[in-house]
Design a protein around this ligand. Sequence first.
Ligand SMILES: C[S@@+](CC[C@H](N)C(=O)[O-])C[C@H]1O[C@@H](n2cnc3c(N)ncnc32)[C@H](O)[C@@H]1O
Length: 290
Amino acid sequence: MPRPWEGGLALLRAPALEVSFALRSALRWSRGNPALPHEPKEPWLATLPPEHQQAIADLVVRHRLEPLAAASTVATFGSCLQRLEALDRLGLTTDLPVGIDGVVRAADFGCGDFHYAIALQRWLAGCGGARRVVLRGFELDGHGLYRDGHSRADHARAHAALAAVDGGMVRFDVACACAVKLPEQDVVTMFFPFLGPFACLRWGLPLSRLRPRRLLRAAVAALRPGGLLVVANQTAAEHARLCRWLRPLPVAPLARVSMASELVPWAERTTGQVLSAWRRQDLRSCGDGG
Ligand SMILES: C[S@@+](CC[C@H](N)C(=O)[O-])C[C@H]1O[C@@H](n2cnc3c(N)ncnc32)[C@H](O)[C@@H]1O
């Protein structure tokens, strides 16, 4: 919960955010895919206890993260490790829904710069990359400028390309996820969607674009019956709100784990984070049409 003065300050920024969002959306700045920034991981790894170093080495091997280790900052690498660790703990890796053609179709709604695309692709593909995956990331605010002069979309496309490095199909689009037309998806993920105004303003997205319940409905509607919705929330309170908002929708809770992780340099910030999975129900078996 923000303190009152923090909420007030965020609100003061609101009009400027509307203007800057409109400007960058009209300008659609792009300089093409950047070379992904890289940092050696050894100095950071050396600060971790041996059991955490071993856990990281295991994740890298199990999920074939060598391309990520070779082209990432410590922050990106850690963020991917944290997400994969939590996804693994959901315990769904062996029975992810797969289309009748053997392909897992997945969409990530609100993917930001999609820096975790490779982690998500690897989790969807399963051990040894056994499943074929078509993964698409959608981000509404893709034209923001990064310090290197590239846009968020430029970075997202570079991360998508890294995730596709050994034959996967990973795409990124600047789009409102509520408006995209998709074939029925096997899996829809949402990592840290905004469920309230403060997080939205602090991130820099104008309040006029905050439509969390609509986004959730779109995520559920994109799934085929039996498909999987996976959502990460920042806090237990936010997760409780998610549960309330999903209650009238045709999904049933499957699994929930803490995302608390010692494998990131910002471990203390992960303590309240929650990852949950929900199964899309067949409307006919629900009887009430959702
Ligand atoms: C907290 S950020 C999380 C970004 C990313 N998932 C991550 O974990 O780093 C939430 C993102 O959702 C995006 N977003 C909000 N509403 C959206 C919508 N309707 N369609 C697509 N993206 C949306 C925001 O612009 C923002 O980038």
